[in-house]
Design a binder for this molecule. Structure first.
Ligand code: AMP
Length: 384
């Protein structure tokens, strides 16, 4: 029996397992003691392990113990990038690890990631890696305002990020004295944001979903639409070419997500995620092979499935209540559903801004789907 161990036990692990179980694959999940998660309950073995302790005592026998506790998986994978790569390296003595630890190492750190993109001649925003506030100020003098400052690690959903719009913002950043290093980026005046999700199997087969258009609010993904409308073929070809370069350079196996700014017909790559991605959740109900199933197929080296949907598809995230005076959801309810939507709930407790679930929508007519996405957004957040 094939078994996959997933590092992490959040909603991405949940959706991976829901698809993998259907293929007859078993799952275990490696979670840390402080990682309270019910997302994967009932889907496989949840193994709680103190990774800090393992790092302090990383002889081969402790990794064997972990491997045994995980049920001797053939493949280990990740559902998040913030994983100590030494743990992944330690497990390579016992199982295939996909994506490989070096690929996770490259993409879990914004500076390494940006340097990788530059090395491969993949366009990005102008950036500078700064370690002190003085260097941030020098960069500000070159790039001007607005300026984006992003911690190299532990930044997601707009966290550990500063947007400077004025000299006063810079002064308050300096007063706050946060600790670097940071990637300091020039502001990109993009028309919209898009992402590419692709998969590469262990034997080198590749498959790409269409580019997806994404709308973020306060740094968090709110909704997606695929295929991104009105993009020239060449833009899609460029995006695939960039991802092919990344696959080859990193000897990558699994699903990779690439978030981009669209400026006219050009793309600037903003961020990579070495995993399945929120902007690919629409693939679950699109009549094709989902990103989760393709990730599983890629890492166990099975042929990849169809990635080309017929007709437009969309997704709206359900976030935890930010402000209880707004009519945001506390509990999933049937009023959110209609004949053309499907509903996914992750079993998480409500916290402001937390991703609790999502709704997928589909309609053959693009304009109708766009209206439905806006209406769903309006219903959940009072914005459209
Ligand atoms: P990130 O954490 O890098 O994914 O950034 C979160 C969101 O902030 C992005 O999806 C963009 O909407 C916005 N953003 C980040 N970097 C820049 C930039 N250099 N210029 C303009 N907008 C940005």
């Amino acid at each position: 029996m094939m078994r996959i161990a997933v590092v992490g036990g959040g909603q991405l692990a949940r959706m991976m397992a829901l698809d993998g179980l259907r293929l007859g694959i078993q799952f275990s999940f490696l979670v840390e003691p402080d990682e309270s998660t019910q997302c994967v309950d009932g889907l496989g073995e949840k193994v709680v392990w103190d990774l800090g302790e393992l790092l302090n005592n990383d002889d081969k026998s402790s990794y064997r113990e972990l491997f045994e506790a995980l049920g001797r998986p053939q493949v280990v994978t990740v559902e998040k990038e913030a994983v100590p790569v030494e743990i992944l390296r330690g497990l390579t003595s016992f199982a295939q690890v996909h994506p490989n630890p070096d690929a996770v190492y490259q993409t879990q750190h914004r500076a390494r990631e940006k340097q990788l993109l530059s090395r491969l001649a993949i366009p990005t925003a102008n950036f500078h890696v700064a370690t002190t506030c003085a260097e941030v100020r020098t960069t500000y003098e070159v790039f001007g305002l607005p300026l984006f400052i992003k911690a190299v690690e532990s930044g997601y959903d707009g966290k550990n990020q500063w947007q400077l719009h004025s000299e006063a913002d810079l002064e308050s950043f300096e007063r706050e004295r946060p600790t670097g290093p940071w990637v300091v980026e020039q502001h990109v005046r993009f028309d919209r944001e898009a992402s590419l999700i692709g998969a590469r199997s262990a034997s080198g087969e590749t498959a790409f979903y269409p580019l997806t258009e994404n709308l973020h609010r306060r740094g968090i993904l709110i909704r997606s639409l695929a295929p991104a409308p009105n993009l020239p073929e060449q833009t899609t070809r460029n995006a695939r070419d960039y991802m092919e370069r990344l696959f080859n350079e990193m000897n990558y196996v699994g699903v990779l997500a690439m978030e981009c700014f669209v400026c006219g017909d050009d793309l600037l790559v903003n961020e990579l995620a070495p995993r399945v991605h929120n902007s690919g959740h629409w693939t679950m109900d699109a009549g094709i092979c989902s990103q989760f199933e393709n990730h599983v197929r890629a890492i166990v080296d099975w042929p990849l499935g169809n990635t080309q949907p017929r007709g437009p598809k969309g997704m709206v995230n359900i976030l935890g209540s930010r402000d209880l005076t707004k009519h945001q959801p506390r509990q999933p309810g049937p009023s959110w559903l209609n004949g053309s939507s499907t509903f996914h709930w992750y079993n998480k407790t409500d916290r402001p801004g937390r991703k609790l679930g999502h709704i997928n929508l589909a309609h053959d007519d693009l304009q109708t789907l766009q209206e439905q996405l806006a209406a769903q957004d309006q219903q959940l957040y009072g914005e459209a």
